[in-house]
Design a protein around this ligand. Structure first.
Ligand code: NAP
Length: 307
C-alpha cells in the first residue's frame, strides 16, 4: 500500500500533510522517497535555516513548500519527520512542541536520540498524547530501496487507521518495526553507516582494477551489475513479506532460502580454475578484524551521542 492509498485520518482528498524538518542529506532522500510513494509535492513541507536556501529551493520546486520556520510547518502537518543532526534535536523538539497538531505522529530519524528524550522534549503545555517513532532509514531510500526500520513504544493511535509501517511501504524498500531501541542502534551501525563502509570497500576493489589495465569506463560499466548479481544470488531476488504479524507488530519476514556467501564463493570457484587459485589470497580474517574495529569505534561514538 502506498501513502496515496492509505486512509490516514487528518488527511484530505489529497493525502496526509507531512513535514520534513531539516533539508540535508537525509531530508532530501526522504523527500524523494515520499514522492516515489505517491505523496504530492504540495502536501510536503520542508524546512531549512536560511532564507536564501528556502527561496532557491522554492524556485527549483516551482512551489512554496520550503519554510524557515519549523513551527509553521508542523502546525500544518499530521506527520512530522525530524531530520536534523542529533545535537540539534533537543532545540527543534522544544521549538515545535506546542505547535504540533493533536494526534500527529512524530518520527525522529536522528541517530542515538532515545524515545525517552524525545518524549521529554516534546511535552506540550496541555500534555496531549503524542505518537513518537524513531527510525533509521538508509539514504538509498531516495532511489526507493534500502531499509526503513521504525521503533515506537506508543500504543497504536486509533485516530490513524494506518501505521507508518504500512503507509511508508514502497516496492523494494523494507519497512518494518524493530522490537527495541537497541536493535535500531545496531541497524544504525550495520546498515545506515554500513553503506559508507561497503562503499569504501568497493572503492578499493574498483581502484585495484587498474592493476588489470582495465579502463575506468569498463569498470564503471560492470561494477554495479557485478554487485547486483551477487546480491540477487544472495537474496534470490525476493525481499520478503511485510504483512506477517509477530507479537502484534508488522515485521519483515524473508521468503525463500538464502544462499550463503560461502555457497556463492564455492559455485564461482570451479576446481582448478582462476577463482579457486586466486580468491584464497583475500585475507578475510584481516578484513573481519578491521570491521570489528570499525564497529567498536562506531559503538563508542553512538554511546557518546546519547549523553
Ligand atoms: N545521512 C544518512 O545517511 C543518515 C541515515 C539515517 C539517519 N540519519 C540521521 O538524519 C539526521 C540528518 O543527517 P544528515 O546526514 O541529513 O545531516 P545534514 O546533511 O547535516 O542535514 C541536516 C540539515 O538540518 C538542517 N538544520 C539544522 N538545524 C535546523 C533547524 N533548527 N531547522 C531546520 N533545519 C535545520 C541543516 O541546515 P544547515 O545546512 O543550515 O546546517 C541541514 O541541512 C541525523 O540526525 C542523522 O543521524 C542520517
Amino acid at each position: 500500500m502506498s501513502l496515496m492509498e492509505s486512509k490516514v485520518c487528518l488527511s484530505d482528498d489529497f493525502g496526509p500533510k507531512i513535514s520534513i524538518l531539516g533539508y540535508g542529506n537525509m531530508g532530501k532522500a526522504l523527500f524523494k522517497y515520499l514522492l516515489l510513494c505517491g505523496v504530492q509535492k504540495k502536501n510536503i513541507r520542508l524546512t531549512c535555516r536560511s532564507e536564501e536556501k528556502a527561496s532557491l529551493l522554492n524556485k527549483q520546486f516551482d512551489m512554496e513548500i520550503v519554510y524557515i520556520c519549523n513551527r509553521i510547518a508542523v502546525s500544518l502537518s499530521s506527520y512530522v519527520f525530524i531530520c536534523v543532526k542529533p545535537d540539534m534535536v533537543e532545540t527543534v523538539c522544544k521549538e515545535i512542541a506546542n505547535y504540533l497538531v493533536p494526534n500527529c505522529i512524530v518520527i525522529s530519524l536522528a541517530a542515538s536520540i532515545e524515545i525517552s528524550k524525545l518524549e521529554k522534549w516534546l511535552t506540550r503545555i496541555d500534555l496531549f498524547k503524542l505518537t513518537i517513532y524513531r527510525s533509521m532509514p538508509l539514504i538509498s531510500i531516495s532511489k526507493g530501496s534500502g531499509i526503513f526500520p521504525l521503533f515506537t513504544r506508543s500504543e497504536t493511535n486509533l485516530y490513524h487507521s494506518v501505521s507508518p509501517v504500512k503507509f511508508l511501504s514502497y516496492k523494494s524498500c523494507q519497512v518494518f518495526e524493530v522490537e527495541s531501541e537497541a536493535e535500531l542502534d545496531q541497524l544504525t551501525i550495520f546498515s545506515a553507516c554500513g553503506l559508507a563502509y561497503l562503499a569504501k570497500l568497493l572503492k578499493c576493489y574498483y581502484d585495484a582494477g587498474s592493476a588489470l589495465r582495465m579502463s575506468k569506463q569498463l569498470r564503471n560499466r560492470v561494477l554495479v551489475s557485478t554487485v547486483k548479481g551477487l546480491m540477487d544470488l544472495y537474496n534470490q531476488g525476493d525481499v520478503g513479506d511485510f504483512d506477517k504479524r509477530l507479537n502484534g507488530r508488522a515485521t519483515w519476514i524473508p521468503k525463500g532460502s538464502l544462499e550463503t556467501f560461502e555457497s556463492i564463493t564455492e559455485k564461482v570457484s570451479s576446481k582448478g580454475g582462476i577463482t579457486e587459485a586466486s580468491s584464497k589470497y583475500i585475507d578475510t580474517k584481516m578484513i573481519e578484524k578491521n570491521f570489528e574495529k570499525v564497529f567498536g569505534v562506531a559503538n563508542s561514538k553512538l554511546s557518546s551521542l546519547k549523553n
